[in-house]
Design a protein around this ligand. Sequence first.
Ligand SMILES: [Zn+2]
Ligand SMILES: [Zn+2]
Length: 251
Amino acid sequence: MRTAGAGTWYETKRLGDGITLIRESHVKPFYRCNIWHVRGRDRDMLVDSGMGVVSLRDHVRLVCERPLIAVGSHTHFDHIGGHYEFDERAVHAAEAEILAYPSRRNTVADRWVCDSMFAAAPVNGFRAGDYEVRAAPATRLLRDGDIVDLGDRHFEVLHLPGHSPGSIALWENATGILFSGDVVYEGELLDDAYHSDVADYLASMERLRGIPARVIHAGHFASFGGGRLAELIDDYVAGRRRQRCPAAEIR
Ligand SMILES: [Zn+2]
Ligand SMILES: [Zn+2]
C-alpha cells in the first residue's frame, strides 16, 4: 500500500450553517465516516471523530479554535477513533463501556478494518491488522432528551438504538438540522453487528419519522433532505417486514 502521509489525510468542506464536513481522504468511500464540526457561540461540537489513525488536532486547525465537545453518535471504530484527542467526550450511556474499554471486537474493527479499505496508508508501516481504537472514557454520559448546548445552538439527543444499543441522533429544532449517525444514511443500513437489534431499529425508525428534519447530515455518504429521510425509513421498514413475513408479499 502506498503511503499518503499525515498532511493529506483530512479534507474539509464548509457547508454553511456553521457546519464543516471533515473526511478521511484516503479511506474508501464505503468505509469512511463523516466527521461533523459545528461552530457554536461558546463552544464547538464535533459529531464523531473518524478512525484516529492521524491526529485531527495536528492537521485540522478548526478543531482547536474553541473549546469543543466530541460527541460519539455510537462507538463503532470509524466514529470514535479520534476521541482520545479531546478533553470533553460524550457518548450515550449504553456504550460508555466501549468508549472506555475499546477492543477490536466491540468496536467492530475485527469485522471491517482491512488493508483494502484504504486507498493509501496514513503513515509508513501502517498495518490494518494492528489497528485499535484508543481508550477515551466519556466525560459526559448522554441520555434521550439531553441537550448539547453550544451557547446559541442547542442539539437534543435522540436515543435511536438498533444499529447499536447507544446510537443517537442530534436534533436542532431551531434549524431543522439532524445529525443521524449510522441510524440512517444514503446506503445499505447495517443491523447485523454483534450488538444490533432489528426490533429496536424498527422502533427507532418509527420515531424518526416524526422528526420534521429539513437537512440530514449522516454518518456516511451525502447529506439529504426530509423527503429522502422518509423514503429511507420506508425502505428499511418495508425490507425488514418482508423478511419477517414473506407471505405478505405474495398476497
Ligand atoms: Zn456504525
Ligand atoms: Zn459507521
